[in-house]
Ligand binder design. Structure first.
Ligand code: AMP
Ligand code: MG
Length: 416
């Protein structure tokens, strides 16, 4: 982080591109959390702390993929149907069928172990049943409808790597390996503040000139979705000494400090000065819209992120840049979401050198999926988020979008 602070000088006065900011964060921030072992049932959304190596084959034994009849392929006539005696019955979880090597078929059910020496399963729908025997159809492939031991996971294989965010599928995988618990990264302890003399919490009467604190509730929800343990530390006044003191105190017991507001260039924007006083300031301008002002820094060794005050700008900078810092500090390996291509249902102009995040709704038009830009561009228009499905991401080199162009779309749900 000290190195990160030094790099600040190279960028001061200029804007950082989104990629530069992400790369800088990725290079310099490392996991700040310890590890803990938790029950698998509580693991959804947590970050895996160590690789998972399969300690057994999954499936553990060759088994039937269908209900039907197990046969030895060598007993079948490839060109005509083959009548076979019925030798026994093998149910899933049932006792092993006793066989003495005679030619014949075994009634078998999905998930039941394939009897020793048998290799192929005929589906019951294809088999004619006669008293005491069955007729197996011709044309069956050797090994048909048999699931091999270890075909999903082979014993000794690395099946999940550390840093993976666990979801239902990863949990299923570990359960299938017989693991009742899992070692994960401890939750990142995040101190969250709003700033601004005009900002008041929901629930109190609004006086003239005041606005309700939208950012704290929004960021709390975003951070919780990212798996953080968030301490809501309220609203700080527009006073450098008060902000500096609060950050200094919070640094003692948190892994990350986040504020919103007060990071622009106005003389009432005291957050940057407070960070410079309490620690060191890193960079504060991003070539991104909405959300140009973004401060990063270190207070007593603890990373600090100062998001812009306008709610949409705070949402964009958190999801596009802050999220990367959160992942690095949480020990999560995570690539930025890949946009998928849709047709632009709007036209738009923008300057070069800046990345724009337009809020857009998806609709199915005559030419396929189409993004329709929200009419309001303002960085404080919260309805531009609630009335849309995601961002159209326009890169630094894009200057214009015309109706019918292909554009990259990032659904909100992919961002946290
Ligand atoms: P600032 O970055 O402090 O100059 O704030 C930019 C704009 O965002 C101003 O209109 C603020 O009133 C508004 N704002 C700042 N913080 C919040 C907040 N927590 N909730 C809603 N609006 C805010
Ligand atoms: Mg302010």
């Amino acid at each position: 982080m000290a190195q990160l602070a030094n790099d600040c000088f190279a960028y001061s006065g200029e804007s950082l591109t989104v990629s530069e900011a992400r790369a800088l964060i990725g290079d310099r921030m490392s996991p700040a959390t310890g590890m803990e072992t938790i029950a698998l049932g509580l693991a959804d959304g947590r970050i895996l702390a160590a690789d998972v190596v399969a300690s057994l084959d999954v499936p553990p034994f060759d088994n039937a993929a269908v209900d039907g009849y197990a046969v030895r392929f060598a007993d079948l006539d490839p060109d005509i149907t083959t009548p076979l005696r019925l030798l026994g019955r093998q149910a899933a979880g049932g006792p092993a069928v006793r066989l003495d090597g005679t030619r014949g078929a075994v009634r078998i059910f999905t998930g039941a172990p394939v009897p020793e020496g048998f290799d192929t399963i005929a589906m019951q729908e294809d088999v004619a049943f006669k008293q005491g025997g069955v007729t197996i159809p011709s044309g069956l492939q050797k090994g048909a409808n048999r699931r091999l031991a270890g075909e999903d996971m082979a014993c000794g294989a690395t099946v999940l790597t550390a840093g993976r965010r666990l979801g239902p599928a990863e949990i299923a995988l570990m359960a299938a390996l017989g693991k009742p618990d899992v070692t994960v990264r401890s939750r990142l302890r995040v101190a969250l503040f709003s700033t601004g003399d005009e900002v008041v919490p929901p629930g109190v009467a609004l006086r003239r000139g005041q606005v309700y604190d939208a950012n704290r509730a929004m960021l709390l929800a975003l951070l919780v979705r990212c798996g953080a343990n968030v301490h809501d530390l309220g609203i700080l006044p527009d006073r450098r000494d008060a902000v500096a003191a609060a950050l200094h105190e919070a640094a003692a017991s948190h892994d990350l400090l986040i504020t919103s507001g007060g990071v622009s260039a106005g003389e009432e924007d005291h957050v940057r000065a407070a960070v410079a006083e309490a620690g060191s300031l890193i960079f504060w301008r991003l070539a991104l819209k909405p959300g140009r002002p973004l401060a990063m820094g270190v207070v007593k060794g603890v990373p600090f992120i100062g998001l812009p005050g306008n709610p949409v700008a705070a949402f964009v900078t958190f999801t596009q840049v802050g999220r990367v810092a959160l992942a690095c500090l949480s020990g999560e390996s995570r690539d930025p979401a890949l946009p998928f291509e849709v047709r632009a249902g709007f036209s738009h102009r923008k300057p070069g050198g800046r990345r724009d995040y337009l809020r857009a709704r998806l609709r199915l038009g005559p030419f396929g999926l189409e993004a329709v830009k929200h009419p309001a561009d303002g960085s404080g228009i919260i309805t531009s988020l609630t009335e849309t499905d995601g961002f159209v991401e326009l890169h630094e080199t894009t200057l214009a979008v015309e109706v019918g162009d292909r554009v990259g779309f990032l659904p909100y749900t992919a961002l946290f």
